[in-house]
Design a protein around this ligand. Structure first.
Ligand SMILES: Cc1cc2nc3c(=O)[nH]c(=O)nc-3n(C[C@H](O)[C@H](O)[C@H](O)COP(=O)(O)O)c2cc1C
Length: 367
């Protein structure tokens, strides 16, 4: 019997071999914003480990859009060439390769998490941008409120990065609209205090992220799927709501977005108690709700660590795909082991043949 987790999924012209996604995870390991051997081995492990879709980490579309000086970028020919090598490495190991396009907005120019996300010096010629001149948290860099010219430039930068991703052989692009970064900060009333056409009503707050989605869809081939990661809610009883996410998902479907990756949070909240409580599968209800939007498939993410939990999420129709982040860091072979657990009678058949052939025989000999 085939586990539902291991059924293929076709999105436009891309068929994923199963429903397991490696969630985008920044490693802040890219001097000059270039992916290198480290990224190829790091992401290649997940591909060899059986995931259907391996997402690369948040990749800035412009230099000032990086969270740290060691974020990946995709605004130059060198970066495009290096990204093509990364795409080939992941695909050669058996997975589709997705790339998350990003602008960090108010959260740009910081140190890495393990250095405390502190303010880093803003590079010469760079600046921190946001919808309004309000910092992401107390003491964080004060952003400059973006002008419509800034918006036009970034719409073009996202579209150009999508064209580069296509030329690099990337299979799926995801636009990062979550976690308090630039596009989320336009959506959320907690960050957006604009009084022009880009602030105030939901329609106005959605306007800039939708312009980006539309431009990327136009630049990105019709046969390739487009995803957006959103923060489904800002928190409990505050800020951006799930109802707004459903309206936004409808609008995203209207501009040709296929998939919504349903995360949450990322805004600094007045009280810790307002954070969505963390528990296994805590964001699954968001994916289930947004999946009701016609034309939208969903990715569920957040403390999904167990094969049966992931299988249930797909089998019950809560999500089309499940993404794992930290669990993959712990165990890059998670997908292969999940296949053995869910389909014991076919153990090792989904493993790369040069491993599976041996391991099947060892299992028989150990019985
Ligand atoms: C090391 C690390 C880096 C992350 N970087 C990103 C990122 O680049 N883009 C993003 O959307 N989310 C990022 N996240 C969030 C994850 O994609 C994921 O949503 C989150 O870790 C919850 O899933 P998990 O419980 O399976 O880890 C990161 C998480 C971790 C642990």
């Amino acid at each position: 019997m085939t586990a539902r987790l291991f059924e293929p999924l076709t999105l436009r012209g891309l068929t994923l071999k199963n429903r397991v996604v490696v969630s985008p995870m920044q490693t802040y390991s890219a001097p000059d914003a270039l992916p290198g051997a480290w990224h190829r081995v790091h992401l290649g492990r997940f591909a060899l480990g059986g995931a259907g879709l391996v997402m690369g980490e948040a990749t800035a579309v412009s230099p000032e859009g990086r969270s740290t000086a060691d974020d990946l970028g995709l605004w130059s020919d060198d970066q495009e060439r290096a990204m093509a090598e990364l795409a080939r490495a992941v695909q050669a190991c058996g997975a589709a390769f997705g790339l998350q396009l990003q602008h960090a907005g108010r959260k740009a120019s910081t140190t890495a998490p393990w250095q405390g996300f502190a303010n880093a010096p803003i590079a010469a010629g760079s600046e921190v941008l946001g919808p309004s001149a309000h910092p992401a948290s107390e003491g964080a860099h004060l952003p400059r409120a973006m002008t419509t010219e800034d918006m036009d430039r970034l719409v073009a930068a996202f579209a150009e990065a999508a064209r580069r991703a296509d030329r690099a052989g990337v299979d799926l692009v995801e636009i990062h609209m979550a976690h308090g970064y630039l596009l989320h900060s336009f959506l959320s009333p907690l960050a957006n205090a604009r009084r022009d056409d880009y602030g105030g009503s939901l329609a106005n707050r959605m306007r800039f992220p939708l312009r980006i989605a539309k431009a990327v869809r136009k630049a990105w081939p019709q046969e390739k799927p487009l995803a957006c990661r959103i923060s489904s809610v800002d928190g409990v009883g505050i800020g951006w709501t799930l109802e707004e996410s459903a309206d936004f998902a409808k609008a995203l479907a209207g501009v040709g977005v296929d998939l919504v990756d349903c995360s949450s949070g990322g805004m600094t909240l007045p009280e810790r108690g307002m954070l969505v409580p963390r528990a296994p599968g805590f964001q699954l209800p968001f994916a289930a709700e947004l999946r009701r939007v016609p034309g939208i498939a969903t990715i569920a993410v957040g403390i999904i660590t167990d094969a049966r939990q992931a299988e249930a999420a797909i089998a019950s129709g809560q999500a089309d795909l499940v993404a794992l982040g930290r669990e993959m860091l712990e165990n890059p072979n998670w997908a292969l082991q999940a296949a053995n657990a869910l389909e014991p009678e076919q153990a090792y058949t989904r493993w790369p043949v040069p491993f599976g052939w041996w391991l099947k025989r060892r299992a028989r000999a150990s019985r």
